[in-house]
Design a protein around this ligand. Structure first.
Ligand SMILES: [Zn+2]
Length: 415
């Protein structure tokens, strides 16, 4: 363990942040609100003792740069914003661990490391106010859909461009933030897992292989409404019967896929009354996998199953794609380095995919070699005030993430 690193300070700073940005319902650092602005000011204050250049880019992302001998830059990222009533670690753990690592590197290299180290606090990762996550990082990667984003409104009818203007960001120029990635040689992100995988394995830390690709569809079965008393069972065209068979089937599809997941999250029926056979049944299907071939197979299996169940029930079926995103696998060399850093810190490493999306997915999509490290989540729950991680695990993750930073710095210098 590097004696210049003080992970206990990170835990203390996380508690300090929780005290002034949370209430009895949890964290309230919603992007572009006064609490978020206060959070940013607090972060600047923390960084003031270091010889770093600080600025906010064209998309409202905050950057702190410790210049090194080379312009090649190692990026460490996170997000200070939270969902309303959020947890105390999601997003800010990464940023505050990054602050501590900047302090260590500054001390160890007398203010000038061999390469440039940059900390970024992405703007509006959560999308809590405008319903669109990864705003700052997708503007920076160039993937932000400008037409869609231009029309986004919050619950009070305020448009995203208006909210951005309030904090001095010109919506039409947000993609200019892309120039921040010019010398980016690698991107590292630490995050609380948000699921129970590491908890169930009783492991403190894990290496993230990438973020899942997602296929999201609405599937509608069309039958015939008929009186529930006068229609014999063999004469029915029951849209719900066909749709209901999908429920068990998607579990089989997910199981066959290896690491994929499938969810039927909603089901609505028409006419939806107690005395009628269901004429129309609409379900939504969300499928996720780290491997694009496996994801495509899960989708085609679900399609085939729906057609078979429709035929069996004498009804028809139609599909509508709601949303999709490709899997974003992380860099293999960095995955190995992350494993190494974890093994050296706590003995055993484990590799897992990420179900939720993260800013790291956008940076990876922009072509920057990327990896994430997860720390175990107690209860396996996030976006909730009960989100928590053991304090010794928090300290371990800062140690391991610091080791990963040093290893990645060497890796960049070798390249
Ligand atoms: Zn997060």
């Amino acid at each position: 363990m590097n004696s210049m690193l003080n992970p206990k300070r990170t835990v203390a700073e996380l508690k300090e942040l929780r005290a002034f940005t949370g209430d009895e319902n949890g964290a309230q650092r919603i992007a572009f609100t006064p609490v978020w602005t206060k959070t940013r000011a607090w972060l600047r204050e923390k960084l003031k003792t270091l010889p770093v250049e600080m600025h906010t880019d064209a998309a409202g992302n905050f950057w702190a740069t410790l210049r090194g001998e080379s312009e090649n830059a190692l990026l460490i990222g996170g997000h200070m914003d939270s969902v309303p009533n959020g947890g105390w670690l999601d997003g800010c753990l990464n940023v505050l661990a990054g602050v501590e690592i900047l302090r260590r590197i500054n001390a160890q290299y007398n203010g000038t490391p061999p390469i440039t180290i940059r900390l970024v606090d992405w703007a509006d990762e959560e999308g809590a106010r405008f319903g669109k996550s990864l705003f700052g990082s997708s503007a920076c990667s160039g993937n932000l859909d400008m037409n869609e984003a231009r029309g986004l409104k919050d619950k009070d009818g305020i448009k995203l461009p208006e909210a951005l203007e309030e904090i001095g960001v010109d919506f039409e120029r947000v993609k200019d933030s892309g120039k921040e990635l010019k010398n980016a040689a690698a991107y590292l992100e630490l995050h609380i897992e948000q699921g129970p995988v590491l908890l169930d394995l009783d492991l403190p830390l894990g290496t993230v292989l990438g973020t899942f690709g997602v296929e999201r569809h609405a599937i509608t079965f069309h039958g015939q409404a008929a009186h529930s008393g006068s229609t014999p069972m063999n004469r029915r065209k029951d849209a719900f019967l066909a749709a209901s068979k999908m429920s068990a089937e998607v579990y089989r599809i997910a199981e066959r896929s290896g690491n994929g997941v499938c969810t039927i999250g909603s089901c609505t029926t028409k006419p939806g009354i107690v005395t009628s056979v269901v004429e129309e049944c609409r379900i939504t299907l969300d499928q996720r996998h780290l491997d694009s071939v496996a994801l495509a197979k899960m989708l085609s299996e679900a399609r085939a199953a729906s057609e078979q169940f429709a035929r069996e029930g004498n009804v028809s079926v139609s599909w509508e794609r709601l949303w999709q995103i490709a899997p974003r696998p992380f860099n293999e060399a960095l995955i190995d380095l992350c494993d190494e850093a974890i093994r050296e810190t706590c003995g055993k490493a484990h590799r897992l995919p990420s179900g939720p999306l993260h800013d790291a997915a956008e940076v990876a999509a922009a072509g920057v070699p990327t990896v994430m490290m997860f720390v175990q989540s107690l209860h396996g729950i996030s976006h909730n005030k009960i989100e928590d991680t053991r304090e010794d695990h928090l300290e371990l993750c800062v140690h391991a993430f610091d080791k990963l930073t040093e290893k990645t710095m060497r890796w960049i210098m070798r390249a």
